[in-house]
Ligand binder design. Sequence first.
Ligand code: ATP
Ligand code: MG
Length: 357
Amino acid sequence: MGEAGEERQRILTGVRPTGALHLGHYAGALENWLRLQDEYECFFLIADYQVSDHADDIERVREGVIEVATDWLAVGLDPERSHFVIESLVPEHAELTTLLSWFIGLGRLERNPTLKAEMEELEERGMSFEEAERDGKRQVVRERGAVPVAFFTYPIMQVANILMPRAHLVPVGEDQMPHIEMTREVARRFNRRFGYVFPEPDGLVGRVPRLVGIDGNAKMSKSLNNTIDLKDDAETVERKVMRMYTDPTRLRATDPGHVEGNPVFMYHDAFNPDVEEVVDLKDRYRTGRIGDVEVKRKLAAALNTFLDPIRERRAHYESNPAEVRAALARGTEHARTVAQHTMVDVRSALGLNYLDG
Ligand code: ATP
Ligand code: MG
């Protein structure tokens, strides 16, 4: 390992620093990151440029950066093996975004299903969730014209993020796959016209491609307020599980219940390692021999067992924030060196090396 010709392939993936990480992040993405740290050289990016309402709440982003890195350390990502990177401290990301925006048509962006869905959500809900909260949860409806351009172009920046370290693999939740397809197209187009610079990366979706929210919404998401966070304490987890959305057709414990499509059982499948218990719970639920409360109690217990070691490690890093910053500093510095190498090749491929002899 480390010798010429034996270098590991690279992973680039990331998250926006908008708050605490949740079970959806874990099952959709983090779990793969953890597993692949040895096999690949990993770049884990905190995408602060991509918080498109960044300027509205700078303090929240600053806290978010530390929060995400702390969660990463808590789940066991290892900054000795992997690089923790702050996007904006590698400003080459902004440069590459500008250059790659030459290669992506407006129509291509508009057809991007992730962007489309998120844009609709923004328009419905209003730009800033914080703002809605400050207003006592009043629905803030804004027009498309008020959506920052940065929101519209964030997929291009994701393309630049992935291509910067010339990543081969991008482990993400299902919602991010359209961006990877776009990355492949850009890499192909670039290489064909200007010579080989970028590998065409593959996406890799986690064991649970899209974890539902505790409210039964199709996706657990910070902005939907339907998360169980990795840092939630045991009582919070219990409380959230107890009010989880379950089979709405079931009125009493003796009614036969639906297991398929029931979030409580989806979480059992995803996080309860006691397979026999889960099989038994499902069986009794289907035949009306168990109440929702007991199924939920078992789920809360399983989740708390799963989260306990994460909480323990988190406590350590919360009381040692200097270690968190050091991990970020080291990873970011390395990523910057890698980025500078890539940019030399990109600039020369595009003829921007005007002053070279
Ligand atoms: P959120 O989606 O909670 O608002 P975010 O948009 O800031 O958070 P992303 O950067 O979109 O977070 O997510 C980081 C990674 O976690 C991505 O790979 C994403 O696909 C994955 N992910 C997020 N939520 C889920 C989920 N509910 N199920 C599976 N994967 C998820
Ligand atoms: Mg998201």
